[in-house]
Design a protein around this ligand. Structure first.
Ligand SMILES: NC(=O)c1ccc[n+]([C@@H]2O[C@H](COP(=O)([O-])OP(=O)(O)OC[C@H]3O[C@@H](n4cnc5c(N)ncnc54)[C@H](O)[C@@H]3O)[C@@H](O)[C@H]2O)c1
Ligand SMILES: [Zn+2]
Length: 275
């Protein structure tokens, strides 16, 4: 958390900007956020151990829908709600339906990393950022070149045979139909994705906690912060600068030194250009 004397703590500066209106609503283009982006650039320059904590909103600009935005998966119509389909019970009981939804909505073979993924990878290469902790399962941070990516909910890029354990890439799902079957033993292939009702990998959680604890700056972006236990990890932050970049409000906004309610790709690349 920023100390009382931190130059970025000033609420006065923030107060002159509506904290949660998008630039489109105000008809002021990106200028509205210009001062906030300058402040973000200042924070990044001042930091040696940035950790980024993100979610589905980081990938919407790559064309992958998130869950809770108006055009997100939760607002589209399915026979079952997405959180039910993506549960362990559903996977066990109705694997065909599970894989129909999963292949259709969560496997996106043609998508590319966007500006947000690229800037984060660049900041890691420059030594400013030490880890990306993500709830995403799309592998786009790695595709952008990020090395230290802690995937709290696993990845669609990894799969394994439930029977013989053989690991497979994404092709075993993306290039097949129906329930994917292990060519070696005929067992069912399961994505290494944490389904609802399943526990998170403890090593990944512990590493995420230790990265967040060690961070001097935590940038949270593209997440509604409502999926637990993942969202609870941000509470371990003890550093100087807490930044929120999210189009809609979160429960952590009031604790943050800087809240930017705008496109994460645009905000991060604009800040990067000022470094
Ligand atoms: N790409 C993926 O891997 C993917 C896609 C959908 C859901 N999921 C998973 O489902 C769960 C959903 O929780 P969640 O909190 O990550 O997502 P969420 O859908 O609950 O919230 C996404 C948040 O991002 C914001 N947002 C959307 N686009 C944005 C943009 N361009 N710039 C800034 N903010 C933007 C929205 O306002 C929203 O608050 C997570 O486990 C998530 O990983 C993953
Ligand atoms: Zn097998």
């Amino acid at each position: 958390m920023p100390g009382p004397n931190s130059p970025y703590r000033s609420r006065e500066l923030l107060r002159s900007f509506p904290a949660r209106a998008s630039h489109k609503e105000l008809g002021m283009e990106i200028k509205m956020n210009e001062k906030l982006i300058w402040r973000l650039a200042g924070i990044v320059r001042d930091s040696h151990h940035i950790v980024f904590f993100g979610g589905a909103g980081v990938s919407t600009e790559s064309g992958i829908p998130d869950f809770r935005s108006v055009d997100g998966l939760y607002h589209q119509h399915y026979k079952y709600p997405p959180e039910q389909i993506l549960s362990h019970t559903f996977y066990m009981k109705k694997p065909e339906e599970f894989f129909r939804f999963y292949r259709d909505k969560l496997i996106n073979p043609d998508v590319l990393p966007n500006k947000a993924h690229k800037v984060l990878a660049k900041w890691e290469a420059e030594g400013r950022l030490k880890a990306v902790v993500t709830q995403n399962i799309d592998g786009l941070h790695q595709a952008a070149g990020s090395k230290k990516v802690l995937e709290l909910h696993g990845s669609v890029m990894r799969n394994h045979c439930e029977k013989c354990g053989t690991p497979y890439g994404v092709e075993i799902v993306s290039e097949t139909a129906g329930v994917p079957i292990c060519p070696k033993c005929g067992g069912r292939v399961k994505p290494d994705v944490v389904l609802y009702e399943e526990g998170l990998d403890m090593r990944t959680v512990e590493e995420s906690v230790s990265e967040i604890r060690a961070a001097d700056t935590l940038i949270i972006g593209g997440t509604s912060l409502v999926v637990y236990p993942a969202a609870g990890l941000v509470d371990y932050f003890r550093g100087k600068h807490l930044v929120l970049i999210n189009k809609s409000a979160t429960h952590v906004d009031s604790d943050a030194e800087l809240v930017i309610a705008d496109s994460i790709g645009e905000v991060l690349s604009a800040a990067d250009a000022l470094l």
